[in-house]
Design a protein around this ligand. Sequence first.
Ligand code: SF4
Length: 348
Amino acid sequence: MHLPLTEEVRNSALIKGLITHHELVLDNSTFITLDSCNAQGIMGAILKKMPTNNSIHLDFGSCVHSALEEKFRGGGVVDQITAAKNDPSWDAIPGGNHFAKTQDKVIEIIQAYHVHTEVTPDFDLLSFKGEPLVEQSFRLPLGKIKLSMASPYLRELFGFDMHETDEFVTIQVYWQGKIDLFTRYNNENWITDHKTTSIMGAKFADTFVRSSQMVGYLWAGMELIKLGFNELTLPNGKVVDLSAHPYRGVLINAIAIRKSGLEFKVFPIPIPYTRLEEWREGTLLRLRYFVEQLSEFMVTGLVAPTREHCVTKYGRCPFFDVCEAPMHMRGKMLNSPLFNTSTWSPLD
Ligand code: SF4
């Protein structure tokens, strides 16, 4: 499939970092986008395009998330509601109070969850040097990928001429993200992630067991321990030594919005440590394939779409209309008011 976007891709931050500094910086959502479909990787992960009409689920989750951040930093209910209203997604959520995801429903969740944690706290929040570990950003070296300059496309991308003899270019890959909370639950230590959902149960938890997001969080938590993030403190002042008792896995702090009412529940997801190295190696390998495909795209303008991801049980891919349009219209459509360029960063 042709995507007439090579010039824009050449000017993107990702390509500039790759060619100038020989580095790739990725967060999980960028990786999932480029892993899902080659065309989606170029439009979503590299050009950072996203539909102007964002998904209501994302907007709703973002506002609840802002309120939870305020709560775990010590804010009261009024502060939490203010934090939700100050979230950039607030105005995109409809008003009214019915079952659907509305602004009133966000406020109802904030109030109900506050009461829930007062009566039945699910976990203890850990602190580092007196600071509660809430929304902790990280950028960590994931590893290196070696690109063989035997490929004419890669030689072209990296500006090699025929007389240069280097066989490989080595790219340093960094993994970045933001961990919601570091917690103690059932006498074990957990990386904790908030999720809003309309389903909850074994099937809900199962979706996270192998997810790149959760394994990546645990990998990051373990790396942070090695970097000295190991002596954490419980609310009662007791010190927890993570070097001796590392994180067991990821604890999903689920907030379910159902017709029958709100439900709050945590799902511990233990992750075997053997999976961490496999995830790291697999991610680096996938990135190498992606850069190789990208270098070919930069010369030919051709991408290999994964058509199974165009329409899934969650709906249409955000770039469906672009890919369906005639080739010469695709660039215009992507640069029309139908799409924004995302400036989100987990380090903000
Ligand atoms: S519509 Fe299909 S081909 Fe186009 S980006 Fe989405 S998944 Fe890929």
